[in-house]
Design a protein around this ligand. Structure first.
Ligand code: ZN
Length: 315
């Protein structure tokens, strides 16, 4: 039983302007910035991690804000096309008003699989759903002055992957990751794992005529599934290799260990560990406050800090 996929770990997306991204997620949505670091492959751009108080796996949304020159992506196949957050029962009216007040593009409340949800787009066009789950979500959310626990985002509810044909992706979910097909509505197939209570849903949408998506600003770069530790990580590496898929070596991401592979439906999947977590280089109370650099860039801190955009007017 110990070699399990424990639902979603994090989702990484591409943004344009860093300051607008920081403002949208911390102030308008009320998430906590749990880590401010740089792209390890391109240290002159930020890598932001937003989540709950400690950045619990299943709550972590990360961004590479590459500036406005990155251009806009386009939703389509071979992509994660929606990110679903779980919100408390009775909170959708609060969110309708808040999105309206802040000039966010949103849609009226709708329902699927017996759950009400509200769709909106961030500054760069990244698509979200706030879902009131059928089963109570007991996770404790991060609170801000404007967004208290009765309304706050609790972490991920689901992701949606769009494909011309879902079969090959469904096989990875069911045969490798231990998910089961729970329900189907029209062309949307809902897969769930029972290894965890939350962040355990993947929807596959089959759209035969849909074009391939373009990954740029406002689109998801990859999705990471959660494993307990490096031993489980390497267990899955062997299984994925045995299926004839290319997979990376284990990579140290400072806050977790990772493997990446492209699933046969074209989406970049990552597997990421619970250990060591975000408190490894700053105390929980101070998460996200300092700019954290990996060891190889520490000697370049001054020049890196000079080129990174300021996130607040008084910085
Ligand atoms: Zn990742």
């Amino acid at each position: 039983m110990e070699n399990q996929i424990l639902g979603l770990h994090h989702i990484t997306a591409i943004a344009g302007d860093a300051r607008k991204n920081y403002d949208f997620y911390t102030r308008i949505l009320g998430l906590r910035l749990v880590k401010k670091t740089v792209n390890f492959d391109d240290p002159k751009t930020y890598h932001f991690y937003y989540g709950d108080k400690i950045g619990t796996p299943g709550t972590i949304l990360t961004f590479f804000p590459w500036g406005s020159s990155i251009g806009s992506g386009r939703r389509g196949t071979r992509q994660v096309t929606e990110i679903g957050y779980s919100v408390p029962s009775g909170s959708l009216d609060f969110w309708l008003k808040r999105l309206e007040d802040h000039h966010v593009i949103y849609n009226k409340v709708s329902e699927k699989f017996g759950e009400q949800y509200l769709t909106f787009l961030d500054n760069d066009g990244l698509k979200f759903e706030l879902t009131v789950p059928k089963n109570a979500d007991t996770r404790i959310p991060w609170e801000t002055d404007a967004i208290k626990a009765e309304n706050a985002l609790k972490g991920f509810h689901h992701i949606t992957i769009t494909s011309n044909k879902i079969e090959a992706t469904a096989a990875i979910l069911t045969e490798v990751f231990g998910y089961k097909l729970l329900e189907q509505e029209v062309n949307r197939y809902r897969f769930v794992t029972d290894t965890v209570e939350q962040a355990n849903v993947v929807d596959l949408v089959e759209a035969p005529g849909e074009q391939v998506g373009h990954v740029a600003g406002g689109s998801v770069h990859h999705v990471a599934f959660r494993v307990r530790d490096e031993k489980v990580l390497m267990h899955f590496r062997a299984i994925i290799q045995d299926r004839g898929l290319q997979i990376t070596e284990k990579i140290d991401r400072n806050y977790f260990y990772s493997l990446y592979f492209r699933e046969p439906g074209g989406v970049l999947f990552e597997l990421a560990t619970d250990n060591p977590g975000f408190a490894i280089d700053e105390p929980v109370e101070e998460l996200g406050q300092g700019l954290k650099l990996p060891a190889q860039y520490e000697s370049h801190r001054d020049e890196i800090e000079k080129v990174l955009p300021k996130l607040k007017a008084d910085e």
